[in-house]
Design a protein around this ligand. Sequence first.
Ligand code: GUN
Length: 287
Amino acid sequence: MVAQLIDGKALAIKLRREIANTIDKRVAQGLSRPGLAVILVGEDPASLIYVRNKRLACDEVGIQSSYYHLPATVTTMELMNVIQRVNEEKTVHGILLQLPLPSHIDDDVLELIDPKKDVDGFHPYNLGRLAQRRPLLRPCTPYGIMKMLDSMGQQYKGKHAVIVGASNIVGRPMALELLMAGSTVTVCHRFTADLGSFVSQGDIVVAAAGRPGLVKGEWIKPGATVIDVAMNRLENGSIIGDVEFIKAKENAAWITPVPGGVGPMTVVMLLQNTLSAAISRDSVLPT
Ligand code: GUN
């Protein structure tokens, strides 16, 4: 078997177009243009690129983005003040606080973001809603992966989903998404013994550990769906995932490429969440 590629890029383009059309229609009806406040602390090179891409994507679909680029030396109190300001700003429907934060900043600041504007879905309220199968704003990467799986007709019930990596951003919310969809879910992490014995049971495998080549191609169950979330930059500048792609492709039925798989979907789900936040606000507070 040679796996078919799951083209996240093509799906993301299609969804972006739909989001742009919906925004055009809203604005033509006199409703507010969705607004996203992007907050970046410091100069982490990868974060600078992510934030730039997210803002460009906003421009492309007609979301108004505002940018708060704070120095790495900012205090927790100063960051809290910025969050408070955008929480109250009527033209802002979504707030993105780019992670990771410098180590001197208390991670609890994430909880200050108004859950209705929490377009990353990281606030304990939004994660709690997802855990209770009553999701509101959902973490972008796992949500985007569900859209990709849905688009290729993935079945969930009676399937075993194996997630490699237990981060707050991907692994844990991914487990909640797949559980909600009806799969049996196993979450593997750095303390898991005999990773291969779990991965080889996966009808759906989601690799999100950030360790190149961690998931051996020979472990992949014939006919499995393989989603590689990782983007590991090698010394020669090339970007590879966590899965041994060439070997895994021989066993899997479906596999995501890296890059061009999950990455574009994460950005588009941020746009979708910002639009959803604006639509929800309309229902309680007309423009
Ligand atoms: N850093 C890495 N991924 C993400 C993400 O999805 N959202 C935010 N805010 N920061 C990140």
